[in-house]
Each structure stands twice: as structure tokens, then as C-alpha cells.
Design a protein around this ligand. Sequence first.
Ligand code: 4NP
Length: 156
Amino acid sequence: MRKPAVLFVCLGNICRSPLAEAAFRTEAAALGLNAQADSAGVGGWHAGEAPDRRAQAVARHHGVDISAYRARQVTEEDFYRFSHVIALDHENLAALQRLRPEDSTAEISLLLDHVKGREGEAVADPWYGAQSGFEVTWSDVTAGAKGLVKELVETS
Ligand code: 4NP
């Protein structure tokens, strides 16, 4: 298998997908998995921005600095550059399936498909809620990242 390259995709790329990328990087380092990781948004409204302050805070609380991450919109090229394109919710998943070029080989899935017993579940959008919602997001993306890294270690 080629070196895994994983792209996490949410709506704005300032809350959930940067946290998923950070959790994935942490888990990959812990298990010694050599993989590339990035994140992007279905929408481009926040392109160039740092992650939401609440996302930065929850990551910092768990020992990860995501302040240098910058939002960007997903592109067609991403479906060739990445071996795995991972949606955070069903809306993101549907958008990715529409955007995906027919000849691309990227595997598209929901992040929580990689967690036993949570297949088909979404990571809820914490944007409109309180800081506490971001702890739920961190917990969800960490579960997804752990499952995904374990699968990639087993298949690479
Ligand atoms: P994300 O959260 O998709 O997890 O980054 C959101 C960020 C921004 C908006 C919605 C969701 N927004 O409407 O601008």
C-alpha cells in the first residue's frame, strides 16, 4: 500500500476537521504510523483563517497546538493526492461524493465509520454551541482517529 494520506473534511474547516487532523497526527505519532494528514472544508468562507478559538482551546487543553493551521476549501485534486478522504458528517459526505472525480481512487468514508458500534454516525457541528460542545467533538474525533490509525497500521 502507498503511504497513507488522509484528508479530513467538514463544512468550514475551522472546528471539526482541524481537530480531527490534530487527533489523527497525535494517534499516528503514538503508534509510529508514517502518514500524511491535512484538513479542508466543503465551503470556502473561512479560507485562510486559523481554527475557531474554541477549537484551538480544546486542542491546547489536550496538548496539541493547532494555531498555525489555516482553513482551505477541498479541491478536485485532493481526490488524487489523498488515499482517504474522511467526512465529519453526512452533509460533508454527500458533498464529497458529488465532487469526487470518477477516476479517483480515494476511499471516502465517515470518520465514525472507523469506530466499532458507531458506524454511520456524524460528528455533530459544535459551531453554534458552547465550549463544552468542543469537548464532545474532541472525544469523537479522537475515537475516530484511534480507529482509523489502527486500521491503517494493520493494512500497511
Ligand atoms: P466546522 O464548523 O464545519 O466544524 O468547521 C463550522 C464552521 C463555520 C460554519 C459552520 C460550521 N459557518 O457557518 O460559518
